[in-house]
Design a protein around this ligand. Structure first.
Ligand code: SF4
Ligand code: SF4
Length: 365
């Protein structure tokens, strides 16, 4: 039977998301913008000290990427018990408990660990992977991003608990070129690629698709109308212009973009969006083709581990992956990692001619 809800409830819902400021911890509200310093107490625990002398601790725990209502309830119960109900989800999807009573930190950690939420991820550690939705919910996904996030996280789990990397490590995954998760500025990024243009199914396109909007949605102008007969239209693809983004397939199921033989994963490194030292950097392609091999993607996890190991061995303290590579040079990084430089590493995207690396400093041994 449908639950009866009050008028006030609906008026609140219709107003959209509530103002976040109403739910801030009182210590955060009082000291907003007036913090003196913070320090990493131990893996997963950070202490914030305000100019007023107020102290707030945060305890960070890894949580499943896809949450059930039951799991949310468990997290909320833990927050009620230890942090006066103050809990937030970070932008990388960890649970963070805000605590003023230092004596509650260890019991909170024990309870989180016993319920399968490992505490860590602060300081120079491996942060939770952000990723797009994959096969769960999206029809253009080349690989299952949540599954790969789990496989890589298992491989790097020790660095979640042990913050002894040269700097923080942020990995992001997108299961197609649309990158709806905006992963392009990550230390390591993995993007799914369609490497062949869509195969047009004239029957489906002519019967089910809105041809003008499908053509208009192609970012590289690779599509044009095709006349099949009186009153019957379809679409023609210029394969030279297609970059395999899958936009046309998103709006028209007759533009069949999947090709299990050629669809693959690509690996990019060196991006970041810092708030200090250097301006933001885009990640750059290092491996254009890695097979899509679920459920554990051994080829991908091996490469990711290798890059992290090289970075740990050669980087100076506080150097993110991109900063380390820029210091030693991309040529040397390719050599260290045993990577091959091919024509695929030269950006020939229609609108990026300016980005050709063509100065006199360009050299590959
Ligand atoms: S990245 Fe692409 S395939 Fe993955 S969820 Fe976003 S739009 Fe879908
Ligand atoms: S896959 Fe993308 S680039 Fe290729 S034809 Fe479709 S919309 Fe255009």
């Amino acid at each position: 039977m449908a639950q009866k809800v009050s008028k006030d409830y609906w008026s609140k819902i219709m107003r959209g998301p509530p103002y976040y400021g109403d739910m801030l911890h009182p210590i955060l509200k009082k000291n907003y913008g007036k913090w003196k310093y913070h320090e990493h107490v131990k893996p997963g625990v950070v202490k914030y000290v305000a100019e007023s002398g107020d102290v707030l601790y945060t305890v960070k725990a890894a949580i499943p990427k896809i949450l059930s209502v039951d799991t949310v309830r468990v997290l909320c119960d833990i927050a009620d018990k230890y942090s006066d109900g103050y809990l937030k989800f970070t932008s990388r999807h960890a649970a963070q408990f805000l605590i003023t009573d230092e004596s509650k930190i260890d019991p909170l950690i024990d309870e989180l660990e016993s319920k399968g939420f490992p505490v860590g991820g602060t300081g120079k550690s491996f942060k939770p992977i952000i990723h797009t939705i994959g096969w769960n919910h999206c029809h253009t996904a080349i690989y299952d991003a949540p599954g790969l996030a789990k496989a890589i996280s298992d491989e790097l789990f020790e660095y979640w608990k042990k913050p002894d990397l040269p700097a923080k490590l942020k990995i992001a995954l997108a299961c197609c070129l649309n990158m709806c998760g905006a992963i392009h500025c990550s230390d390591i990024a993995i993007v799914g690629l369609h490497r062949t243009p869509p195969v047009v199914d004239d029957e489906i396109v002519s019967k089910f698709c809105e041809i003008p909007s499908t053509i208009a949605g192609c970012p590289t102008f690779a599509l044009k109308p095709k006349v099949l007969g009186p009153g019957k239209r379809s679409i023609e693809v210029d394969p030279k212009k297609c970059m395999g983004c899958g936009n046309c397939y998103s709006v028209c199921p007759g533009m069949k973009i999947f090709n299990p033989k050629y669809d693959c994963l690509s690996i990019w490194v060196g991006g970041k969006i810092p708030d200090s030292k250097t301006p933001p950097k885009f990640s750059r392609l290092i491996i254009p083709y890695v097979p899509n091999n679920p459920p554990r993607w051994p080829e991908v996890t091996e490469i990711v581990k290798k890059i992290v190991d090289l970075w740990r061995k050669h980087a100076r303290p506080d150097e993110r992956i991109g900063e380390w590579i820029e210091r030693i040079g991309w040529e040397r990084f390719f050599k260290l990692a045993g990577l091959e430089f091919t024509e695929k590493h030269i950006d020939t995207y229609l609108f990026s001619v300016r980005d050709f690396r063509s100065s006199t400093q360009f050299k590959w041994e």
